[in-house]
Ligand binder design. Structure first.
Ligand SMILES: CC(C)(COP(=O)(O)OP(=O)(O)OC[C@H]1O[C@@H](n2cnc3c(N)ncnc32)[C@H](O)[C@@H]1OP(=O)(O)O)[C@@H](O)C(=O)NCCC(=O)NCCS
Length: 208
């Protein structure tokens, strides 16, 4: 994804990819950002319920740490930001961020914002940051955050939800494809990352 203004890896094409989780079941309590306040069970899992909710300013430090922990050149074209970086440079930015919380801890987030500051593109929102803590990955949290992102875009009247992902980010690409995003273009060798040329893949979800 394209880096968000003033931000690094979180808002860019993803991060590192630990193994899938497994085991018991996890209940997801979906909160205010997603339209239907419901509780559901998915597998595979982890021990704690996960709540999906809008971000608040106080989430900033945990979100910066999440960016820091999930960064790698495999998933991000932007250098690693420090763990104590400012996540929100303006309080108004919180409106674009939805977080996943488990046991009172932020374990994931997604950022949705207008794709362009143009009236003629007001119908297009973009996913400009997605991350799930390594210990919470492979349990459906990323998918739930993408569902929340879709809800946010629909509530804003969008017809399209776009994103950019590095070709090397196999896990994120699989997640997006499973969520219905389609590849609309590839910017060949768009980045030189860790000595290797990497494609930037443009994907979009039709909301009509
Ligand atoms: C990409 C990321 C957000 C996925 O979050 P997650 O919570 O692990 O994803 P989920 O558990 O919801 O998995 C949903 C789908 O992702 C894909 N997926 C998940 N783990 C995978 C793996 N190990 N290998 C391949 N695909 C995988 C599958 O399509 C999966 O669907 P399934 O469960 O029906 O098989 C997470 O790995 C992450 O934070 N990565 C680092 C940051 C990053 O890459 N962000 C994206 C930037 S573009």
């Amino acid at each position: 994804m394209v880096p968000a203004p003033g931000r690094g890896p979180a808002a860019s094409p993803g991060r590192k990819i630990p193994g899938r989780g497994g085991g018991s079941r996890v209940r997801l309590r979906e909160a205010t950002t997603a339209p239907a306040a419901s509780e559901e069970t998915i597998t595979p899992t982890g021990p704690a319920p996960v709540t999906i909710r809008p971000a608040v300013l106080d989430d900033g430090p945990a979100l910066a740490l999440l960016d820091h922990r999930t960064w790698s050149w495999t998933v991000s074209p932007v250098s690693r930001w420090p763990a104590d970086a400012e996540f929100f440079t303006d309080p108004a930015e919180t409106r674009d961020v939805t977080v996943a919380e488990a046991d009172g801890q932020v374990v994931g987030y997604v950022r949705v914002r207008p794709a362009m500051r143009l009236d003629s593109a007001a119908h297009v929102q973009e996913v400009a940051g997605l991350a799930v803590a390594p210990e919470a990955q492979g349990r459906g949290v990323g998918r739930r955050l993408l569902d929340a992102a879709r809800s946010v875009a629909v509530e804003r009247g969008a017809r399209r939800l776009t994103l950019r992902v590095l070709s090397t980010n196999v896990r994120a690409r699989a997640l997006y494809a499973a969520a219905g995003y389609q590849v609309e273009g590839v910017l060949k060798e768009h980045f030189l990352l860790d000595g290797r040329y990497v494609d930037d893949v443009l994907m979009a979800l039709d909301l009509t």
